[in-house]
Design a protein around this ligand. Structure first.
Ligand code: 5GP
Length: 193
């Protein structure tokens, strides 16, 4: 059986990326797995171990990096984030599509190892809209907001190198656009399987 497709989704904090991915997974009938990343940051209110992330102490994270457990990893806003090989490879080998919600550093590393990966960059049409959403979310301190806005500028400069850019000004339209990119990949997979 051919490997399941690998789909990388990046986008600045506040771009609505997580909501779009959630909707995509809820609505997709073909097999699709969202890779649960490891992070060293503490859980936000409402986040759960093993669902949103695996929350590891820095020491364990660094140890597993050295042991080669990660497909990719990066420091984002001062915390370690990484994709475990185990969250990707066994699923793809069974023909299941895998979605990675990772930053631009992660995308660069995965692209090198898996050139067949399809990459999607989610953005808002303006930086002002991004700032408005970050503030509205109410989960970040002012310092964290400023850091994320600065991070967004860096991430946005990489967007043109992605296979697709999706503007999320209207959630339904953005979800439909992402679905239209992902669905043919899953259909092709099924017809090969
Ligand atoms: P948050 O702390 O808001 O959940 O995530 C912050 C950033 O880290 C987001 O841009 C997200 O895409 C990125 N991120 C989450 N998991 C991973 C991962 O496993 N690897 C990399 N490189 N970035 C990640």
């Amino acid at each position: 059986m051919a490997n399941g497709p690998l789909i990388i989704v990046s986008g600045p904090s506040g771009s609505g990326k997580s909501t779009i991915i959630e909707r995509l997974l809820a609505e997709e009938t073909r097999p699709l797995h969202l890779s649960v990343s490891v992070t060293t940051r503490p859980p936000r209110a409402g986040e759960r171990e093993g669902v949103h992330y695996h929350y590891w102490p820095r020491e364990r994270f660094d140890r597993e990096v050295r042991a080669g457990m990660f497909l990719e990893w990066a420091d984002v806003f001062g915390n370690g984030y990484g994709t475990l090989k185990q969250e990707v490879e066994p699923h793809r080998q069974r023909g299941v599509g895998v979605v990675l919600d990772i930053d631009v550093n992660g995308w660069r590393q995965v692209k090198r190892q898996c050139p067949e990966a399809v990459s999607i960059f989610i953005r808002t049409s303006s930086p002002e809209e991004l700032e408005r959403r970050l503030r509205e979310r109410g989960t970040e301190t002012e310092e964290s907001i400023q850091r994320r806005l600065q991070g967004a500028r860096t991430e946005l400069s990489q967007a043109p190198a992605y296979d697709y850019q999706v503007i999320n000004d209207h959630l339904d339209a953005a979800v439909a656009e992402v679905r239209a990119i992902v669905r043919p990949l899953l259909e092709r997979q099924q017809s090969h399987g």
